[in-house]
Design a binder for this molecule. Structure first.
Ligand code: BTN
Length: 266
């Protein structure tokens, strides 16, 4: 499943990322509990914007909600990026949505594969997920102190056992060939940097741009019959995003907004 020749080359990363705040700020771990946990801890202790925490393996990878993220050695790209965006806490969802677009763009650049985005930011090939994003936040009511964007991409898995085969994928299992994590990481960090900069420079304009790109990139934003895993759960048809980037779902009882749960096909 793993690809022993797909090691990261840190000096080459620094050269490829010239002009971004990530240069000289990439910390690599052969094995770590969770890059997100370390990034959040160090951010609180004053680590600078642009720190990148990269691991070959995570022993306690964190997913959204109560989920974990299986992070087998060498099989995937596991990275957390520390940002201090100049946006209001109420606008931070746009950063997380933009991270989904950044991964989509990176995967397209490197592999030519077109991924779908399931709100808020699962990346799928068809109906099978290959990337998850966990954005964690430290904020006052009116000010974001820091955000950590944690990204896990299945890269080298050739296949998935049992039931997982129905819901999980990787660029390798889609194309039958392997792709370098280094290339994916460079394209991803460049793309994420552009997104974060645009959001900090002019949030309303960037949000409108993210929204219009998402409408084109995701089959989940409008007109899709979904089940929402929130509280007791409910069903409806997706009806676009609201002004803060939350998903609206039209139900028999009226329009509802998905706040914390994920959505899935009925
Ligand atoms: C999801 O549940 O879909 C989000 C998964 C996010 C996983 C990544 S892997 C790198 C970073 N470190 C973590 O502990 N989690 C994120």
């Amino acid at each position: 499943m793993t690809n022993p020749e797909d090691d990261y080359d840190l000096p080459a990363l620094d050269i490829a990322l010239a002009g971004t705040p990530f240069v000289g700020n990439i910390r690599y771990f052969p094995s770590i509990h969770s890059t997100n946990v370390l990034a959040m801890r160090e951010a609180e202790e004053g680590a600078p914007e642009g720190m990148v925490y990269l691991a070959d393996e995570q022993t306690a990878g964190r997913g959204r909600g109560a989920h974990g993220w299986h992070s087998a050695r060498g099989a995937g790209l596991y990275v957390s990026i520390l940002l201090r965006p100049q946006v209001a806490p109420a606008d931070i969802l746009w950063l997380s949505l933009a991270a989904g677009l950044a991964v989509r763009e990176a995967v397209r650049q490197v592999t030519s594969l077109e991924a779908d985005i399931r709100w808020p930011n699962d990346l799928l090939f068809g109906k099978k997920k290959f990337c998850g994003i966990l954005t964690e936040l430290n904020a006052e009511v009116t000010r974001v102190r820091h955000a950590v964007v944690g990204i896990g991409i299945n890269v080298h898995q050739e296949s998935f056992p049992g039931e997982l085969g129905l819901i999980a994928s990787s660029p390798r299992s889609e194309t039958g060939r392997s792709w370098a994590r280094q290339d994916l990481l460079i394209a991803l960090l460049q793309s994420l940097y552009r997104e974060a900069q645009a959001l900090s420079a002019e949030t309303a304009r960037a949000a409108a741009n993210i929204l219009s790109r998402l409408e084109g990139a995701s089959t989940w934003i409008r007109g899709r019959q979904v089940h929402v895993d929130e509280g007791p759960g409910y069903s409806g048809v997706t009806a676009g995003l609201d002004a803060r980037g939350f998903l609206r779902v039209r139900t028999a009882q009226g329009l509802r907004t998905v706040h914390s749960g994920g959505v899935r096909d009925e």
